[in-house]
Design a protein around this ligand. Sequence first.
Ligand code: TMP
Length: 217
Amino acid sequence: MFVTFEGIEGSGKSTQAVRFYRYLKDMSVPVILTREPGGTKQGERIRDILLDSDASDLVSCAELLLYTADRAQHVQTVIRPALDEGKWVLCDRFIDATIAYQGYARGLDISFIELINRKVCCGVWPDITFLFDLPVEVGLERAVNRNREMNQESNGRFEQEAIAFHEAVRRGYHMLAAADQKRFVRVDAMLSEEEITARLIEHIEDIAKPALRRHLL
Ligand code: TMP
């Protein structure tokens, strides 16, 4: 089972990915938690370039190819092997982030993004995608406060983008969710951490009952 966590900045998806990972671990389900960009040694190096606030001169197409290169490495060396071993894979961002950020917000050709991603993913596609949704202003405020708490000197390259950029990302996610209602589960990210985790568990128990049962027997 391949589960992805998506949302705008400050949507709380990473916190929920960790909580959900712990829940599955407690249920003795074989599971890994990983992320994009990152998730591999080479991917973490790519992540450093992508999130560097000094890399404001990175052109959109180079950005797209770096995210896609990161994904190629990640799918082939981490995600695919784990799925082949029967593990659950929880991934903090995946293909939908590229379509929302580089496609809807940066304005790159979405059919080209899908084409190269279908190639690098070699058939690996999420079974369930949790979309953590909240107003952009609330998400950005949370992200900036988080950076402050972590004593980061500046906000990341994306957090420095204008509100209109983040609104476009959010709209992009809404379009993706509307187009694939079977895979996407919209989660109200304004709820408390506990309530959100409870919703995720509720969904997974319905959608993935056979897969869960296999591991629990
Ligand atoms: P994170 O803050 O969730 O770790 O994500 C890092 C940033 O990278 C975030 O601002 C979203 C952005 N991103 C893209 O623009 N395209 C992508 O394909 C991915 C995976 C992330």
